[in-house]
Design a binder for this molecule. Sequence first.
Ligand code: P6P
Length: 339
Amino acid sequence: HAAEAHRTDLMTITRHVLNEQSKHPEARGAFTILLNHIVLGCKFVCSAVSKAGLAKLIGLAGETNVQGEEQKKLDVLSNEVFVKALISSGQTSILISEEDEDATFVDPSKRGRYVVVFDPLDGSSNIDCGVSIGTIFGIYMVEHKNDLSLEDVLQPGENMVAAGYCMYGSSCTLVLSTGNGVNGFTLDPSLGEFILTHPDIKIPKKGKIYSINEGNAKNWDKATAKYVENCKFPKDGSSPKSLRYIGSMVADVHRTLLYGGIFMYPADKKSPNGKLRLLYEVFPMSYLMEQAGGQAFTGKQRALELVPNNIHERSPVFLGSHGDVEEVKKIYAAVEEES
Ligand code: P6P
């Protein structure tokens, strides 16, 4: 009967968020409207990505599609879709996108109380070979929507009221937290609805997988090198961890969230702040990990406590199972002691 009930009692993402928001008596539906517009963007990108190979939406700008029109690159197209959807929601005041050098200040007549930071299509370099890619987003609230400045965006990740990602792979999966745990929704294309398929996701306390670009080993700092060495040659006689590295953050993080383990993009000699962007890659994924019982560390501190200095700032990150990240923290502390 449970399966039957599930089939007829469709828990869509909109219903789920309405249930969540009903816990906040002061909520006036603004967040639900905002989220519905983000979901609309994800549905569009999901459709465009799945057709990409056919409609030659992939590859360099300047491709022409079957109609001979010049095609925008998929990440440029995705960015335009999200910017337009977010502005039309009437719930946003500042938008920060990986694709846009400058912040978008929404016209005062259409402003709302939310700031959205997002990477519209992270990992897009992987589209051509069919690897899963995704949209990553984080949502902050602003007290006043009028005299706004960038200061309103440069807030620590722990101030986020929600964060999530949508992964475009064999299925389209949207993983979301609004501050009360993490839930996963899968797009049912026949309904055009995201259905709750992964309720209350909790990351395993410890995992058997480590995920890092071993090609950067030459440039790693001592602590990272030591931690990875322990993964491969455990001193406590336990079996070595498996290495899984897809090279698409959303895919690597989604696997880490569901299977456990650790995903790392550390600082190294070449990139002293790592490669991943703080506002719209590290913060949202760190927020989700903490909400799922995991943690996220920069090599120096808890990732969500960082205060950004600029909107495209990078940060190192070690995120995943609580126990695995704890190991990294111990090694960084020990190396600090030695120096
Ligand atoms: P590297 C994709 O280009 C991306 O921004 C993330 O999605 C991914 O985790 C990372 O870069 C991969 O970087 O240096 O290992 O190729």
